[in-house]
Ligand binder design. Structure first.
Ligand SMILES: [Zn+2]
Length: 232
């Protein structure tokens, strides 16, 4: 299996995202996933729980909401129904290994591991399990920004999502059952996207931030970068 990011379109690249709850994928990464899908990548989102333990009064719709978001950003989903706050690292390792076997991802994106007390328990378990698998199988791994409390998140890779900000907003708005939550408020999400732009010295635009945990590239990566520079 070729697990390097070649960026040269010799074959379709596949990204696998593994998140605890449906909506965890769009908040930090909808723009990037949308750009990848427009570039011909295959986007596979694995969601571990069904969201029925959420404090939202609307129950049982999270998977449908995810499918709707997936249509906007070009992603397909696979759902598990692990009990929230009660699934094990071993269980996540098992389903991640199965997903890798099926989809042979070139890149995995998941929650950022955070210091204890800051991260959601389910995000923590997911981050640790997926990191374990990606490391053992030598697959590039990026962490996305936590929905709240950024402690412990050390972004070192930023994606300009300005051209797809409308898709990101639309994908987030698919999650009607979660719209009352503070971390789902669009103005705050846009502010954070602008904050990442400011961190890069950009006066305009919207960015998403990732922390590269593990990455390796093939020789063609450098040719592809030349190509990007010529286009910009
Ligand atoms: Zn979550």
């Amino acid at each position: 299996m070729n697990t390097s990011l070649s960026f040269n379109n010799l074959r379709q690249q596949t990204v696998l995202t593994v998140y605890a709850h449906a909506d965890d994928e769009v908040l930090p990464a909808a723009g990037t996933l949308s750009l990848m899908s427009k570039a011909g990548w295959s986007i596979r989102c694995l969601i571990l729980t069904d969201g029925n333990y959420s404090s939202s009064s609307i129950k049982g719709t999270r998977h449908q909401e995810a499918e709707a978001a997936g249509k906007i950003i070009g992603a397909t989903y696979e759902f598990y129904a692990f009990e929230e706050c009660n699934f094990s690292t071993q269980a996540v390792i098992k389903v991640t290994e199965e997903a890798i076997k099926s989809w042979k991802p070139d890149l995995i994106i998941t929650h950022a591991p955070q210091p204890e007390k800051y991260g959601h328990r389910d995000h923590e378990v997911c981050a640790i399990a997926v990191s374990n698998v990606a490391t053992r199988k030598n697959i590039p791994l990026w962490y996305s920004a936590p929905p709240v409390f950024l402690r412990g998140f050390e972004p070192n890779f930023f994606v300009d999502i300005t051209t797809v900000i409308d898709e990101k907003i639309s994908a987030i708005q698919c999650y009607e059952s979660e719209e009352e939550k503070s971390f789902m408020q669009l103005d705050a999400i846009l502010v954070l996207s602008r904050f990442w732009a400011r961190e890069l010295g950009q006066k305009d635009g919207y960015f998403e931030a990732f922390e590269i945990s593990r990455q390796w590239v093939g020789a063609s990566f450098f040719t592809a970068l030349n190509h990007v520079k010529t286009e910009s």
